[in-house]
Design a protein. Structure first.
Length: 264
């Protein structure tokens, strides 16, 4: 098995290109490969097969725990970088079929040989009903947001965002209490943007989250905290969000390694 590893601001993925779907993957393989001590290590496994209709390729995403995810803003940029580097599609544009619908990825620049700055048309961010059951302590407001996948966004009143242990306790409780699960973002306003931490469904705390950044920006706009364009600072770095139909996500993607390992 030949894989490539990439990351979007520390949110890392393994990519397997299998256009004819001759080696279908499953949860056990994702768990094995993504384990950071006994495997290669990643937040998720991306399986690339041939596209139908207007799509160049199809994306299937399995989280580190083997569960499926509909969409990933960082993951789809990693997939696009892998496809471009393999010479399967000529840059700058890649159309990807996902469980959340068609997504278009565009290369904006290549500041370094292993780094591509890309934008993704993320579809519509749908801000739903507020979820007051999660308002307590430093959490001032809470709302459900759909960005092709489910999110619970929490507005934090403290000057410091929750630490890792606090985030795990809060995020895992909300995730497991939400039918179907949910990604959980905690954010606070900055002078020139937003700061956030994220607990990803099926993974846990990650350094960055593309769909989560879109969800945070959409909630912040709904609450009058930010405008159409904002920057979301996460532990792994900053993602730029332009809200609209579709939402536009912009960030860097880096190629890490090429790995060969026996098929299980």
């Amino acid at each position: 098995m030949r894989l490539t590893k990439h990351h979007g601001l520390g949110n890392d993925f393994l990519v397997v290109i299998d256009l004819d779907a001759s080696h279908p993957t499953g949860p056990e393989l994702a768990i094995s490969l993504c384990d950071r001590r006994t495997g290669i290590g990643a937040d998720g496994l991306l399986w690339v097969t041939d596209g139908d209709g207007d799509a160049d390729v199809t994306m299937r995403l399995l989280n580190a725990d083997g569960s499926s995810a509909e969409m990933s803003g960082n993951g789809i940029r990693c997939l696009a970088q892998a496809v471009f580097q393999a010479g399967l599609v000529a840059p700058p544009v890649l159309k990807v079929a996902t469980e959340a619908g068609m997504r278009t990825v565009r290369v904006l620049s290549q500041p370094e040989p292993d780094c591509h700055r890309m934008s993704v048309e993320m579809g519509v961010a749908q801000v739903g009903e507020e979820t007051p059951e999660w308002v307590a302590g430093q959490v001032l407001r809470a709302v459900r947001v759909e960005v092709g996948n489910p999110h619970i966004v929490l507005l934090w009143g403290g000057t410091e965002l929750p630490n890792r242990d606090e985030l795990i306790t809060m995020g895992s409780h909300i995730d497991h209490s939400t039918p179907g699960g949910a990604n959980v973002e905690v954010f606070r306003p900055l002078a020139d943007g937003l700061a956030a931490v994220v607990y990803e469904r099926g993974v846990g705390p990650t350094l960055s989250c593309g769909t989560g950044s879109c969800a945070v920006a959409a909630a912040a706009q709904q609450w009058g905290i930010t405008g159409e364009h904002t920057t979301v600072e996460m532990p792994g770095g900053a993602l730029e969000i332009t809200l609209g139909e579709p939402v536009l996500l912009t960030g860097d993607t880096r190629s890490v390694a090429t790995i060969e390992t026996p098929w299980p």
